[in-house]
Design a protein around this ligand. Structure first.
Ligand code: HEC
Length: 491
């Protein structure tokens, strides 16, 4: 739908509590509260961009799409508040005085507003069409997506590899007629590395490009902040890449990760060690890096799991501890290496260490060449990989090769390209199932219904209302032999 000029002003009031005309707008949150600017309590903040209302804690803002307001007994809206149909006049009364059509007061969590008459009329004109507009990034002939490439001067080739294969994907989809007659248009951003600058750049990018969703985006190092930014913009991200996926409650509905982070990998490695050591008491050590919040939270989860497994000792050894690591590993029989740039150092001291010590290392933190280890040591080092080339199916690989051949991307970044493409495939599947009248909410719902969905490149993906990591399992790989030794999936 095209908005009338009045509705356009009304939309601004709805979304931002503000109108260019400069009319005064204020809101009172509870009976005794004082008036604040309506820009602090815009309608959209509680009722959502689409007006359907998102429950948050004990507060459940009503569905205030026109359909719901005027057909309150419609079966679709079952579960919402019950009230006779609204008219413009009754709606005005609800917004200003907090009284519904039956004359009942609305809860105090619904603010009472003061608007100038013209602004209130514009707002109500907009409420007539609220929720029937397209989401950002969805045009008649185009669907816009965004990609946040990894930052850092050392990753130039990897960026080119990701970009190249996604551009080939975009061409491929568009040559095949697009998606529901819309061309796919992928916008890329290479943000600067420092976290605060990166966030500003991503915020500007979301504002400027108005993308429907992000795919295949690097969030490592700013997991929490990016997740919060996306929730604020109601922008889904399919394929967030991070060592420490931000999945702690409350769940961020917008961010979908494909693979497990360090915490889940560590737990799978612990389960693996528990199988190997059934007959001995386990005394474990966790070597952790410079103390930052995310890696420390991951270490705590792994520790909890070790206690849950009934291990005798589970001791954390910070890398910067004053005593040499070797002396602190005495008497241990399992060691987790949970920091980068450590394995080499530990192995160089390993000769002095117990001969039965089992080393467990998430693959993404490993910094050594297996060939540099003694054959004896190699047999005691195990790495976890959430995905291996052997996870691909012949069809998946053929499809990848077809795209790769059409792109000038540099070679040698298979993992980055496969995760990027998997993100794109997942979103395409969700778009197909959502149909032409696609919304972000619908895409999230569809993704939440995917069960063991095979993309042909990575292990199958499952999401759900409370699940945001597509595949939890890891391959355990022995340093002595680079093929998958065992597939471990946390229970
Ligand atoms: C702080 C959160 C919040 C904000 C901001 C807010 N609302 Fe509400 N609104 C609610 C809640 C919660 C309810 C449900 C109240 C109840 O169940 O009694 C509600 C109910 C309503 C209803 C009544 C629907 C029904 O079921 O009878 C209307 C209409 C409404 N809001 C419109 C608006 C408009 C227009 C704005 C902006 C000018 C707005 N609201 C801003 C939280 C909010």
């Amino acid at each position: 739908v095209d908005l009338t000029p009045e509705q356009r002003i009304g939309k601004q009031i709805y979304m931002r509590g503000f109108a260019a005309s400069g009319g005064q707008m204020s809101a009172v949150l509870d009976e005794k509260g004082s008036a604040v600017s309506a820009s602090i309590l815009p309608c959209g903040g509680c009722h959502g961009r689409d007006g359907r209302g998102r429950r948050e804690g004990a507060v459940s803002p009503s569905d205030i799409t026109w359909d719901a307001l005027t057909n309150p007994y419609d079966i679709k809206h079952e579960g919402g508040r019950k009230h006779p149909p609204y008219s413009n006049e009754l709606l005005r009364r609800a917004i200003v005085m907090g009284i519904d059509p039956a004359g009942n007061p609305l809860q105090a969590t619904m603010p009472r507003y003061k608007f100038e008459a013209a602004d209130l009329a514009n707002l109500i004109a907009y409420l007539h069409v609220l929720g029937t507009e397209n989401d950002p990034g969805v045009g008649d002939a185009e669907l816009r997506l965004g990609v946040v490439l990894p930052s850092g001067s050392g990753l130039m080739e990897m960026r080119a590899a990701i970009r190249g294969v996604l551009e080939a994907f975009e061409r491929d989809v568009n040559d095949g007629g697009g998606i529901f007659e819309r061309r796919l248009s992928i916008r890329f951003i290479e943000p600067p590395q420092p976290v605060s600058q990166r966030l500003t750049a991503i915020r500007e990018f979301l504002g400027r490009e108005e993308v429907f969703a992000l795919i295949a985006s690097a969030v490592a190092g700013a997991e929490e902040q990016v997740a919060a930014l996306l929730a604020e913009h109601e922008t889904p991200l399919i394929g967030a890449f991070a060592l420490y996926p931000h999945t702690a409650p409350p769940l961020n509905r917008y961010v979908f990760y494909l693979l497990p982070g360090i915490a889940d990998q560590g737990r799978a490695l612990a389960d693996f060690a528990a199988i190997r050591m059934t007959r001995r008491p386990v005394r474990a050590a966790l070597i952790t890096g410079p103390d930052d919040k995310l890696s420390s939270a991951a270490a705590t989860l792994i520790e909890d799991h070790c206690h849950h497994l009934g291990w005798t000792v589970c001791e954390r050894i910070p890398l910067d501890s004053p005593t040499p690591i070797v002396s602190r590993l005495e008497g241990k029989n399992v060691v987790f290496v949970l920091a980068t740039g450590v394995t080499k150092r530990v192995f160089s001291e390993a000769r002095a260490l117990p001969q039965d010590l089992l080393y467990l290392v998430p693959g993404s933190l490993a910094d050594f060449e297996s060939s540099a280890l003694s054959p004896e040591l190699r047999n005691r080092v195990f790495l976890s990989y959430p995905a291996l080339p052997s996870d691909s199916t012949p069809e998946g690989f053929t499809r990848y090769r077809h795209l790769f051949e059409r792109s000038p991307a540099p070679r040698g970044h298979l993992a980055a390209q496969w995760t990027a493409l998997t993100s794109a495939y997942l979103l395409m599947e969700a778009l197909k199932r959502a149909g032409r009248d696609v919304t972000r909410e619908r895409v999230i719902e569809v993704l939440e219904s995917l069960y063991e969905f095979k993309t042909g490149l990575l292990p199958p993906a499952t999401f759900g209302p409370n699940r945001r990591i597509g595949s939890f399992g890891v391959h355990i790989v022995s340093a002595a032999d680079p093929v998958s030794y065992r597939w471990m999936e946390p229970k």
